[in-house]
Design a protein. Structure first.
Length: 218
């Protein structure tokens, strides 16, 4: 990013402006987070430790070049940083943590990837029922819906309970309707007027509430 210039009608970030951004983060933004009740104590402790460290763009240049040095060759890194081909500036700018050799060996032996992701998380989880390959976090088989994890088992139990509750509610509703219907049939049977019986029965049949073969109009 060019500093102090204009590009496509928009002002570019100046050196003074960049330092002001860092200053606002250190003196305004992060201190406000320390007073925020929604921020966890663990995160607040990390913020306090961060504020104790040097806080300026120059430090970011050091950490950025250290990160890129693991991906770029020395000559390419010198070019990227603006140094001469035979420059020794990398020795001043690059700061390793001391575990880089171990991570490289783990990657070489195929134990982790370049992003430190365990190889097991990249291998498919094979379904024991249909041999379909699934992701490691799959709860159910994508092909046969076989349960693949404890979380999936819990979900299946909850889904089954929900279905049973719905069936139970439908059964109770059906029994209630049957009771009401039997009471209505009994009331029809007690009517003395045949014409009244036929009128009520006709209404029930037209609404599909009962079949005419089940009526005993006596």
């Amino acid at each position: 990013m060019a500093l102090g210039k204009q590009s496509m009608g928009r002002k570019q970030l100046t050196i003074t402006g960049l330092y002001k951004v860092y200053k606002d983060y250190k003196e305004v933004f992060f201190p406000k987070l320390l007073e925020d009740s929604t921020v966890s104590n663990e995160d607040k402790e990390k913020i306090r430790n961060l504020l104790l460290k040097p806080f300026n763009p120059y430090i970011r240049r050091h950490s950025a070049l250290t990160e890129k040095s693991t991906k770029l060759k020395s000559n390419t890194l010198n070019q990227h940083a603006g140094w001469s081909v035979n420059s020794n500036m990398a020795q001043k700018y690059i700061h390793y943590f001391g575990n880089e050799s171990s991570e490289s060996l783990l990657e070489a032996y195929g134990i982790v990837t370049k992003d430190n992701i365990p190889i097991n998380t990249l291998n498919p989880k094979i379904c024991p029922n249909c041999n379909e390959g699934n992701t490691q976090d799959a709860k159910f088989c994508s092909r046969c819906k076989m349960i693949m994890s404890f979380e999936g088992y819990q979900e299946a139990l909850e889904s089954q309970k929900e279905k049973e509750d719905k069936l139970s509610a439908i059964e109770k509703q059906f029994n209630s309707m049957q009771s009401q219907m039997q009471a209505l049939i009994a009331a029809l049977g007690s009517m003395e007027s045949q014409s009244s019986k036929l009128a009520v029965a006709k209404q029930l049949i037209e609404k599909g509430l009962y079949e005419c073969t089940n009526f005993n109009l006596g």
